[in-house]
Design a protein around this ligand. Sequence first.
Ligand SMILES: NC(=O)c1ccc[n+]([C@@H]2O[C@H](COP(=O)([O-])OP(=O)(O)OC[C@H]3O[C@@H](n4cnc5c(N)ncnc54)[C@H](OP(=O)(O)O)[C@@H]3O)[C@@H](O)[C@H]2O)c1
Length: 302
Amino acid sequence: MKIFVTGATGFIGSSIVDELLRRGHAVVGLARSDASATKLQAKGAQAHRGSIYDAASIVPVLNEVDGVIHAAFNHDFSTYAQNCLDDGVLLERMAESLRGSGKPLIATSGTTVIAPGHLATEDQPADPAIPRSASERFLRFHEFGVRTGSVRLPPSVHGEGDTAFVPAAIALARRAGVSAYIGDGANRWPAVHRDDAARLFCDVVERGEAGHCFNAVQDEGIPFRVLAEAIGKGLGVPVRSLAPEKAAEHFGWFARFAAADVPASSRLTRERLSWSPRENTLLFDLDSLPSYFDLSVKALSI
Ligand SMILES: NC(=O)c1ccc[n+]([C@@H]2O[C@H](COP(=O)([O-])OP(=O)(O)OC[C@H]3O[C@@H](n4cnc5c(N)ncnc54)[C@H](OP(=O)(O)O)[C@@H]3O)[C@@H](O)[C@H]2O)c1
């Protein structure tokens, strides 16, 4: 197949491109700069210049490919809710232009589109009150001849090159001189390695059933206290419990993530696609990848 990949130069998208090429597919990657185009061409992919903020730059290429994986996203968290809405609009534009084609259009969403506090499963519909649910509205186009699908990622997608929430929590703990968790730290975070996530995207674009969501989850829920302990060990700083009323002062905007109890299952995904994770776990990576504790890594800022 010839697959158009947005976010093809990102942490997860670049792994998706590598896996597609390994499977013998042709790849056209969205590039918003010369540097990104060069990176894609060096791998043997084709680069298509455009932006997620200019649907007209994207829609024409959809006629030339057999399927789409959309993994680009604007990670400026100061405009997060708007970024989610924009993502939803772009997906609906792409779905509209693929109407009747039977082609797969696979989006990226999060396991946290399900309200917290219980095990999130693939068949639970996204809660419309949660901003990232906008990335799943286009799924309804499966009724109009598009093989829509969504890969829900857990809050930690880890591996070499990770600069997201876990590195951000590490940077905060380094600055504060303490690795903290809230209350008893029993709240759970799911996780997956980026290469396992990438294999799932490829499985879904090849043979995912239309209109479905798939959970890229290896660890269903690591207690946040256990994560804080691994961070404390890696940095050599003490690990402490914080009273909930002190959480915002310590964690800033990250407090609601540090407090979130968002376990997620991938049982249905494993059954439906025979996918199973085979890479290292998050705790193993934290223990074995020096880059997690490398001062030069520029993480999301808290
Ligand atoms: N990483 C995680 O732990 C995690 C967890 C849950 C969900 N997710 C989701 O997974 C998806 C991929 O995340 P990631 O970690 O791979 O992100 P990333 O490393 O920040 O990569 C973002 C990608 O989007 C591209 N992009 C951003 N703005 C663009 C624009 N205006 N036009 C065209 N391309 C643009 C970037 O292009 P350039 O290379 O040119 O900058 C890059 O390829 C996102 O939907 C993200 O929200 C990630």
